[in-house]
Design a protein around this ligand. Structure first.
Ligand code: ADP
Length: 400
C-alpha cells in the first residue's frame, strides 16, 4: 500500500509518500508560505532531481491539490494516479485525554480533535485544516489521525497531575499530556529491537533532543512520565523554549518589564532556551561553534542544556526504579557527538560508560556504550513519518 503522510502547520504542509510493503519513501516534500505571498512547493521524488514549484497557494486545499499533482506528474511523479494512494496518515498534535492511540478519521473523531483545539491553539486547527483539505481532494481515501500525545496517555495520575487546585483539571483538563509521542514510541521500540529484546522487558529513557526536546520514561513498553506538559513548553531547556522555570518568574518579569502575560508567553516560547541564554542562535551547531570560539554565554547555554537533560534522566531512573537503556534521538540527539558525551558524564553513578569510538556517529542506529556499561546508551534516529505510515497501514488493514 502507498501511504501519504501529512504534517500540516498553519502556513506549511510537509508530506511523504511511503510504500508500506517496502517502507521506502517514494517522494517527500514541503509546501511553504500557504496563504502568504511567495508560496512554494519543494518536491523530492526518490531517485530523481528535486523540483521547486513556485505558484500561488491561497489555502491548504490548493496546496494538497498541488501535492497530488506533483506525486502523479508524468516527469517528477512517483505514481500514475490518485488511485495509487491507498490511505492518508495525519499527524495531529493534541488528542487530549480522548485519544490513547491512532484512529481512523470519521466525523466523530473530527469533532473530538476540534474539542482539543483549546489545548493546542497553534497546532490542532492547522492539523484539522489539513485533514479537511485532504478529504475534499480525496473523499474516498481512508484517513488516520496519529496523535503526538497518544503514547503518553499511559502515564499514571501521579505523573500527570500538577500541584494545582484539582478543579482546574476537572474544569479545563489542565494536566501533563506530553508531546513527541510518536517519536518516543518509535525510538523505544527500536531501542529494544537493537538490543535484541522486547520493549516489555526493558526500562528505557528516550531523550528526543531537537529544536524542541523532551525526555520520557518507558517502563516495560508503557510511558510512565514525560518532560513536556500541558503544552510543549515544559521540561528540558530547548532551542528557543525555556523549559521548566519557577512559575513566579512570569509575574515578576511582567511587572519589571511592563509586559502582558501573552508577551511573556511569547518570550518563553520564542526567545528563551539556548537562544535566550547565549544570544547567539537557537541552532545547536551555531552555539557549539561560538562556544569553541570561547563565547562564554554559548558555553553556559550548552552546559545548562546538557545538565537539564541529565537531571531528567536521573528523575526517570527514579520513576522506574532503574534503567536498562538510554536512547538519544532527533537533530541534536542523533548528531551531536560531544553533546551525548557531555550528558553521559553525569551518568557515571548508574554504571554507564560511553564508548568514544562507538559514539563517533551521526544519524545511525548504534549502541554507543562499552560492553561493560551497566546501562546501554544508544543513538537511534527517529522516523515519525514511518511510524505514522505503519500505524495508518495497521488500522486500514484491520478495517478492510
Ligand atoms: P525540530 O524537528 O524540533 O525542528 P530537529 O530534530 O530537526 O528539530 O533538530 C534540530 C536541531 O538539531 C538544530 O538545533 C540543529 O542544530 C541540531 N543538529 C542538526 N545536525 C547537527 C549536528 N551535526 N551537530 C549538532 N547539532 C545538530
Amino acid at each position: 500500500m502507498n501511504i501519504l503522510v501529512i504534517n500540516c502547520g498553519s502556513s506549511s504542509l510537509k508530506y511523504q509518500l511511503i510504500d508500506s510493503d517496502t517502507e521506502a519513501v517514494l517522494a517527500k516534500g514541503l509546501c511553504e508560505r500557504i496563504g502568504i505571498d511567495g508560496s512554494v512547493l519543494t518536491h523530492a521524488p526518490a531517485g530523481k532531481d528535486k523540483v521547486k514549484i513556485e505558484t500561488s497557494m491561497p489555502n491548504h486545499t490548493v496546496a494538497v491539490k498541488l501535492v497530488i499533482d506533483a506525486l502523479t506528474d508524468t516527469n517528477h511523479g512517483v505514481v500514475q494516479s490518485l488511485d495509487e494512494i491507498n490511505a492518508v496518515g495525519h499527524r495531529v498534535v493534541h488528542g487530549g485525554e480522548k485519544f490513547a492511540s491512532s484512529v481512523i478519521i470519521d466525523d466523530e473523531v473530527l469533532a473530538a480533535i476540534k474539542e482539543c483545539n483549546d489545548l493546542a491553539p497553534l497546532h490542532n486547527p492547522a492539523n484539522l485544516i489539513g485533514i479537511n483539505s485532504c478529504k475534499e481532494i480525496m473523499p474516498n481515501v481512508p484517513m488516520v489521525a496519529v496523535f503526538d500525545t497518544a503514547f503518553h496517555q499511559t502515564m499514571p495520575e501521579k505523573a500527570y497531575l500538577y500541584g494545582l487546585p484539582y478543579a482546574y483539571y476537572e474544569k479545563y483538563k489542565v494536566r501533563r499530556y506530553g508531546f513527541h509521542g510518536t517519536s518516543h514510541d518509535y525510538v523505544s521500540a527500536r531501542t529494544a529491537e537493537i538490543l535484541g529484546k522486547t520493549r516489555e522487558e526493558l526500562k528505557i529513557i528516550v531523550c528526543h533532543l531537537g529544536n524542541g526536546g523532551s525526555v520520557s520514561a518507558v517502563d516495560h513498553g508503557k510511558c510512565v512520565d514525560t518532560s513536556m506538559g500541558l503544552t510543549p513548553l515544559e521540561g528540558i531547556i530547548m532551542g528557543t523554549r525555556s523549559g521548566s522555570i519557577d512559575p513566579a518568574i512570569c509575574d515578576f518579569i511582567c511587572q519589571k518589564e511592563n509586559i502582558t502575560p501573552a508577551e511573556m508567553n511569547t518570550i518563553l516560547n520564542k526567545k528563551s532556551g539556548v537562544l535566550g541564554i547565549s544570544n547567539v542562535s537557537s541552532d545547536f551547531r551555531d552555539i557549539e561553534a561560538a562556544a569553541a570560539n570561547n563565547n562564554k554565554l554559548a558555553k553556559a547555554a550548552l552546559e545548562a542544556f546538557y545538565y537539564s537533560v541529565a537531571k531528567y534522566i536521573g528523575a526517570y531512573t527514579a520513576a522506574m526504579n532503574g534503567v536498562d537503556a538510554i536512547a538519544f534521538t532527533a537533530g541534536v540527539g542523533e548528531n551531536n557527538i560531544s553533546g551525548r558525551a557531555e550528558i553521559a558524564k553525569y551518568l557515571g553513578y548508574l554504571g554507564t560508560e560511553i564508548d568514544a569510538e562507538k559514539n563517533n556517529v551521526r544519524g545511525e542506529d548504534r549502541v554507543i556504550s562499552t560492553e561493560a556499561s551497566k546501562v546501554a546508551l544508544l543513538c537511534v534516529p527517529t522516523n515519525e513519518e514511518l511510524a505514522i505510515a505503519r500505524q495508518t497501514t495497521a488500522l486500514i488493514s484491520v478495517a478492510s
